[in-house]
Design a protein around this ligand. Structure first.
Ligand code: URA
Length: 433
């Protein structure tokens, strides 16, 4: 079998066989197919799409490209959550300790920044000492001991996803339904979880900008889960504006801790509780969603969720003092306050562009080998529906090296003001099971 034939077959819009997809995944993972040929195939998949059958085979091949963890030594139902990615989406960080504080066993294998979106692992690494590279045994021991661990897939867990994900990030092939579905499900199923709550994002800061695309991504994810006897729920949620008020690695850890202290913004706090509530129900730790919400609210109010976060940070080698002193995390040298040029309501925000601004300033990667600058980011002062007076701050940009004119114009171009107040944005559009 030749990779060149497989590339041409997909380029011409034909369906690939199981043997061809398995060949690509196995040989690319082993380093036998060079990046330029893998990129060409990914671009052909991006442009031509895949059938549901191809997507499911691709997910399966990636899942079996490495170890499939056996978490049966950990008693109880193991539940994880995964987001398709957004701007300011730091929810995994407060969510993992919150649900663990409520008795859920949460083995979380997370990703790095992708395209314009940040990644949980990059964010956690803003905490000095935090080590996301645990061995499989340490991962299992930690989930057994404290209920949660957030790690990078080891080289042995879904290694194909690790390689393909990094390549997609730098070849313009991220926002493809079959590639996203196979990426997410391969690593989630390989992590040995029994159940999964999905946060499928749609809107100007999501990979799926269109609502119907988000639904069809959710459907493909649910179908793959069902074929693997994994209980799943998908929430289709709003990504038309940054989530919360902070974007960027250190800044998002700060907001995560605020949520656990009960001092987080309304939207990120609500989404954390909603996703957590579905996790509690899937884990059979609550009889219904309303009961689950109440339990989680109590875990924030009584400090046990924050205490669990400290346990998590400590267990993974991080400096727990950051909880009380955010200055122990790296911050950018400069803060540029960008103010409104006119009066008006914030009608829309080009959220993707805000995410890309953070990437360009060093908070994400343009090349696989780029090093993240954790202090870079945005503090959002005005969200959709807010009224802003000319000269009032829209966003404070945290940056080390930057071009002032470019930063100002990026923010001004991303914010659309109008004389009329737009309808309120819904946070959660739909629940799919
Ligand atoms: N999250 C993933 O894990 N993979 C993708 O491809 C996109 C979002």
């Amino acid at each position: 079998m030749q990779i060149l034939d497989i590339i041409k077959k997909k380029r011409d819009g034909n369906e690939l066989t199981a043997a061809e997809l398995q060949f690509f995944v196995t040989e690319y993972t082993k380093g036998q197919i060079p990046d330029y040929q893998a990129s060409a195939l990914l671009m052909a998949i991006y442009l031509r799409g895949m059938t549901a059958k191809e997507t499911s085979i691709l997910a399966d091949s990636m899942l079996h490209s490495g170890d499939v963890l056996d978490l049966s030594l950990i008693p109880g139902i193991k539940v994880d959550k995964h987001s398709t990615g957004g701007v300011g989406d730091k929810i995994s960080i407060p969510l993992a300790p919150l649900v663990a504080a409520a008795g859920v066993k949460n083995p979380m294998i997370s990703g790095r920044g992708l395209g314009h979106t940040g990644g949980t692992l990059d964010k956690l690494e803003a905490i000095p000492g935090f080590n996301v590279n645990l061995t499989e045994d340490d991962f299992i021991d930690q989930v057994s001991a404290i209920g949660t661990a957030i790690i990078s897939a080891t080289q042995d867990v879904a290694p194909a996803d690790k390689k393909i994900y990094a390549l997609r990030d730098t070849t313009g092939t991220v926002d493809s339904i079959p590639l996203i579905a196979s990426s997410i499900m391969s690593k989630k199923l390989a992590s040995g979880t029994n159940a999964l709550v999905l946060d499928v994002k749609t809107g100007s800061g999501a990979f799926m900008q269109d609502f119907d695309d988000a639904r069809s991504l959710a459907k493909q994810l649910l179908d793959i889960g069902q074929a693997h006897q994994t209980k799943m729920v998908a929430l289709i949620t709003n990504m038309n504006q940054p989530l919360g008020v902070k974007v960027g690695n250190t800044l998002e850890v700060e907001e995560s801790i605020d949520i656990l202290k009960g001092q987080g913004p309304e939207d990120t706090t609500k989404l954390t509780i909603e996703l957590g509530a579905y996790m509690l129900v899937l884990a059979e730790q609550a009889k219904d969603i309303q009961t689950a919400r109440t339990i989680l609210q109590e875990k924030i109010a009584d400090g046990s969720a924050l205490a669990k976060f400290k346990e998590l940070v400590e267990a993974e080698g991080g400096d727990v003092r950051v909880v009380d002193n955010y200055q122990l995390m790296p911050h950018a040298k400069n803060q540029i306050v960008v103010t409104a040029l006119d009066d008006g309501y914030v009608n829309a925000i080009d959220t993707n562009d805000l995410g890309m601004l953070v990437v360009y300033l060093g908070g994400g990667r343009l090349k696989k080998t780029d090093k993240i600058d954790p202090g870079v980011g945005l503090v959002i002062h005005k969200k959709v529906g807010d009224y802003v007076h000319r000269g009032e701050p829209l966003v404070t940009v945290h940056a080390n090296s930057f071009d002032d004119d470019q930063v100002q114009s990026s923010i001004h171009q991303a914010y659309h003001l109008s004389a009329v107040q737009p309808p309120a944005e819904e946070l959660i559009y739909e629940i799919m099971e």
